[in-house]
Design a protein around this ligand. Structure first.
Ligand SMILES: *[C@@H]1O[C@H](CO)[C@@H](O)[C@H](O)[C@H]1NC(C)=O
Ligand SMILES: *[C@@H]1O[C@H](CO)[C@@H](O)[C@H](O)[C@H]1NC(C)=O
Ligand SMILES: *[C@@H]1O[C@H](CO)[C@@H](O)[C@H](O)[C@H]1NC(C)=O
Ligand SMILES: *[C@@H]1O[C@H](CO)[C@@H](O)[C@H](O)[C@H]1NC(C)=O
Ligand SMILES: *[C@@H]1O[C@H](CO)[C@@H](O)[C@H](O)[C@H]1NC(C)=O
Length: 517
């Protein structure tokens, strides 16, 4: 595993900050606990608020002894862990979670604001205060602004066993140690896979450094190596990043229920024996899924992972696609600045990322500038250039590649899914309000994101392409290989989409000139 030095340093600094904040927050907790036992109204106010009307439920849960213990963990300075910044604001979590009005700022944060010169706004972003403006950090004032702008609701972070069509879902089976997160303070990378893809998780998180929601398909005997892989990644890798950021959900068909479903409460108490090789390093033809010839229910996984995210913004992606670093903070700072076209367009919007592949002997580029020099000497190429050159074309893609890295994250171009892009299956940052993925489609059948693309087109979405953000596939350039079996499933799925799903979508969402599947 190649880990750049500065990541490790960052990790250490993070740990120190983390420890300081634990001590700090335990003090706050004790204070609040005393307060609460006195039944004072302030004590109630302090309970994390999950959404409108659920204060009472949160309060009742809080009264339970075990949850109160849990709350100590949850209080640990979320923004410190998400972005490595220690701020004092979280000592008054009640104010953070109750800002509802758009204009009015809570008086309790005023003191904090005074200490921060860089309130990012359209005016001072251009001005000298900008010296202090770091788009890789979310300041307290930016967080306050985001809270008001997004008006999102915080979500519970509890394990649940639920059903989704023919699938059983163990939601939040193993939770990241980050604890509760407010919906405005980070972005969740949401993804899916079989355990044999988990080698991608650490390199992905090293670049993302924010929450990851991962749905793992674990039918039958794939369950045990899945659990072992999770344990290995949490206990046996060179950093604690997986433990900090990754939340695992498990799903399997009701026809392939594992014979044994280990209880995380128990297995997480025992450290994994790290002497063996990583359990996710297997010949993929040996998995239960392959042996039983099961199709991969890709969109079930996508939807589970996305809907379980705690944050307002999500990046639904494929686990082999590694994001450009510090994307979450840069993106949220851009949202908080709210410059045109963000402030001017009234259409619904998503934020597509440009996609690339790099040679297997190279590390994924860290910045757009680095990416451009790799494109020049062909050690990087546009995604699927040799597999399906037009599938992932983004509008103004050539211009994007030619344009130098901008100083700050922004919108490069606003595109639509029409004309040359009418079959586009973009990967984008969006929210849970965007249409979900059709769960009847399999990965083997291909074009599994088309139906979502069609709905986005009919709803006249703006595709706000980000200037500096990109995704790089796990190193190794792909070439077209004929796969007779997959082609057969593909043509079946394609006719199903045209003959069954499209008429449904037309009834539900209507039609629009230029919108096709
Ligand atoms: C809280 O957790 C600690 C350690 O996990 C445990 O020893 C203690 O009994 C718990 N307290 C309550 C009230 O559950
Ligand atoms: C930038 O600062 C200067 C002086 O410090 C001020 O005159 C000018 O109006 C400011 N510009 C903006 C856009 O705020
Ligand atoms: C871990 O596994 C190795 C080899 O399987 C074994 O030799 C070793 O004793 C185990 N360690 C522990 C702590 O169980
Ligand atoms: C994986 O196993 C299959 C069947 O046992 C074998 O044909 C194939 O060569 C193996 N692949 C690798 C990469 O070892
Ligand atoms: C291509 O460019 C990258 C980035 O500048 C550089 O690291 C790499 O060595 C170059 N490779 C070749 C084969 O020229």
């Amino acid at each position: 595993m190649q880990v750049p030095n500065f990541i490790i340093m960052l990790g250490n600094r993070r740990n120190l900050i983390f420890r300081v904040s634990i001590v700090f927050n335990i003090a706050v907790f004790l204070y609040a606990a005393v307060h609460y036992s006195g039944n004072s109204p302030q004590g109630v106010e302090w309970v994390p608020i999950t959404s409108d009307g659920s204060e009472r439920a949160a309060e009742l849960r809080y009264l339970k002894e075990d949850v109160r213990n849990d709350t100590v963990l949850k209080l640990i300075e979320p923004s410190a862990r998400i972005f490595g910044e220690f701020t004092s604001q979280k000592v008054v979590p009640s104010t953070m979670s109750t800002v509802k009005q758009k204009e009015k700022r809570p008086s309790t944060t005023a003191d904090v604001d005074k200490k921060i010169s860089a309130v990012p706004s359209e005016a001072n972003i251009i001005n000298e205060t900008l010296e202090a403006y770091d788009e890789n950090v979310l300041s307290d004032s930016t967080l306050t602004l985001l809270r008001a702008l997004l008006g999102c609701n915080d979500k519970d972070f509890i394990p649940e066993t639920m059903q989704r069509g023919e699938f059983w879902v163990l939601k939040n089976y193993v939770r990241a140690n980050h604890g509760a997160i407010s919906c405005h303070e980070s972005i969740t990378y949401t993804t899916h896979g079989g355990f044999e893809f988990l080698d991608n998780l650490l390199p992905l998180i090293e670049r993302w450094m924010a929450p990851v929601s991962l749905a793992i398909h674990a039918p039958g005997s794939d369950m045990l190596p899945t659990v072992n892989s999770i344990r290995y990644l949490r206990d046996c890798t060179s950093s604690d990043l997986v433990m900090q950021y990754a939340t695992f959900h498990i799903f399997f068909s009701n026809k392939h229920i594992p014979s044994n479903i280990p209880d995380p409460e128990i297995f997480l108490k025992t450290p994994y024996n790290c002497t063996d090789k990583p359990p996710y390093v297997v010949n993929s033809s040996t998995t239960y899924k392959q042996q039983k010839n099961l199709l991969y229910p890709i969109n079930v996984g996508r939807n589970i992972a996305r809907s379980a995210a705690l944050t307002h913004f999500v990046l639904p992606s494929d686990i082999e696609l590694y994001p450009s670093p510090d994307l979450a903070a840069k993106f949220l700072n851009m949202i908080a600045r709210n410059e045109p076209p963000l402030s001017t367009s009234t259409n619904p919007r998503v934020f597509p990322l440009s996609l690339f592949e790099v040679d297997k002997n190279y590390v994924a580029p860290w910045t757009k500038t680095e990416l451009q020099s790799m494109l020049k000497n062909k050690t990087a190429i546009p995604f699927h250039k040799y597999v399906c050159p037009t599938c992932h074309n983004i509008p103004n893609g050539k211009e994007w590649m030619a344009a130098p890295e901008a100083k700050y994250m922004g919108v490069f171009h606003v595109g639509k899914r029409i004309g040359k892009q009418s079959h586009w299956e973009p990967i984008f940052i969006g929210t849970n309000e965007e249409p979900y993925y059709d769960e009847r489609l399999s990965w083997e059948g291909k074009q599994d994101k088309m139906t979502q693309g069609y709905i986005l087109c009919v709803k006249d979405y703006d595709f706000m392409i980000l200037n500096n953000a990109f995704l790089v596939h796990k190193p190794g350039i792909k070439y077209y290989k004929k796969n007779v079996k997959r082609d057969k499933i593909g043509s079946k799925q394609s006719s199903y989409v045209r003959n069954v799903i499209l008429p449904e979508l037309k009834k539900l969402f209507g039609v629009k000139h230029g919108c096709v599947l």
